[in-house]
Design a protein around this ligand. Structure first.
Ligand code: TTP
Ligand code: MG
Length: 363
């Protein structure tokens, strides 16, 4: 029987967090299995006819401006030579299980975020003399040798900095932000790199002349809360390089959602429905990426009014279709006669089957 992780770990301060994220995950696996795809622009996704979109692409394709979630037809206009292969979820799941088996050699404090991404808390780890950097390097080497793909790693004192760091030297990179460097690293960080800061939030901040976290630090938290509601307070924390969220090995995904903030608040009414089709596409892509399509239980929507109050509407029997979301949204909009600031769509999930997890832990 696998040992159950005890959480939080004994040593509370000076945490050592690793964030691991595989490089062009689905594409990397396809390239491993067919090396002819390695040096040519290659993507994984739906066909160019109809509404096919790409799940991801390799780095040569990225040089053409091709990105995840891009319609395949658009990607082919950017790069007519692009090769597009089909999605093989079973294969990606198996590699993901392999990655987790490797993580478990080093720690049980693992919080998976998606098939190719996880946080590890190695604060209490005695391997390699307690060096989180050497644990991250060992994991990267094991993955490369045994699974023949590369992962990038970020190592630091909290989830936020570790996640930003893992992206810093992608692909096949490791970035370590030591405790004494966190202040400087976060100060210089452009706000758009802070998770949760989307296009609209970044645009608003930039329009106010605020580009980096150092600029954000000049604002009082109350000002940030006036501008962005509760997220403003999170932003204040992140701007100082702080994040007190624990790595949670028992976390189970209960929902998947996407949301959009309107560039300017929209009058309460039919105009609010305009982003619905695009949001629904995004939601479908995210469900697929989280690999939870089989667990979808019902639909829900979230509406944030311009007084920052939020309402959610959900109903049993609703499905992942535009008509159901439209009904839920119209019901939510009736709850307050106020302009709308943000709109979100989501699905609730049925509880996870634990069999797979046990397999991972015993591997
Ligand atoms: P990501 O880690 O976001 O992307 P990536 O691994 O392809 O590339 P990177 O090197 O930048 O990390 O996502 C992991 C996998 O999830 C990706 O390979 C395919 C899938 N995915 C989708 O299906 N749709 C999406 O919109 C995104 C972003 C990812
Ligand atoms: Mg990745």
């Amino acid at each position: 029987m696998a040992r159950q992780p005890v959480y939080p770990p004994a040593i509370e301060d000076a945490k050592k967090i690793i964030h691991i994220d595989a490089d062009c995950f689905y594409a990397a696996i396809e390239m491993r299995d067919n090396p002819a795809l390695k040096d040519i622009p290659f993507a994984v996704g739906g066909s160019s006819t109809g509404r096919g979109v790409l799940t991801t692409c390799n780095y040569p394709a990225r040089a053409f401006g091709i990105r995840s979630a891009m319609p395949t037809s658009h990607a082919l206009r950017l790069c007519p030579d692009l090769q597009v292969g089909p999605v093989n979820m079973e294969k990606y799941r198996e590699v993901s299980r392999g990655m987790h088996a490797i993580f478990h050699r080093y720690t049980t404090f693992i919080e998976p975020l998606s098939l190719d991404e996880a946080y590890l808390d190695v604060s209490d780890n005695e391997k390699f003399g307690g060096s989180a950097t050497r644990v991250a390097e060992a994991i990267r080497q094991d993955v490369a040798r045994e699974l023949e793909i590369t992962v990038s790693a970020g190592v630091s004192v909290n989830k936020f900095i570790a996640k930003v760091a893992s992206d810093w030297q992608k692909p096949d990179g490791i970035t370590v932000i030591a405790p004494e460097d966190v202040d400087q690293f976060s100060a210089a960080l452009p706000v758009k790199h802070v998770p949760g800061v989307g296009r609209v939030t970044a645009g608003k901040l930039n329009a106010m002349g605020l580009q980096t976290c150092a600029d954000i630090r000049k604002l009082e938290p109350i000002k940030l809360a006036q501008l962005f509601g509760k997220f403003g307070l999170t932003l204040h924390e992140r701007a100082h390089g702080r994040d007190d969220r624990l790595v949670n090995p028992n976390r189970e995904r209960k929902s998947v959602s996407v949301e959009t903030t309107f560039a300017t608040d929209v009058a309460n009414g039919k105009d609010c429905l305009e982003p619905l089709p695009k949001l629904l596409d995004d939601l479908e892509a995210r469900i697929m990426r989280a690999d939870v399509a089989e667990r979808v239980q019902k639909a829900f929507v979230k509406i944030k009014f311009n007084d920052f109050s939020t309402t959610t509407v959900e109903k049993m029997g609703t499905r992942l279709i535009e008509d159901d979301y439209k009904l839920l949204l119209l019901e939510g909009l009736e709850r307050k006669a106020l302009p709308v600031r943000l709109m979100g769509l989501g699905v609730r999930l049925t509880p996870e089957q634990k069999d797979q997890l046990t397999l991972d832990m015993e591997a």
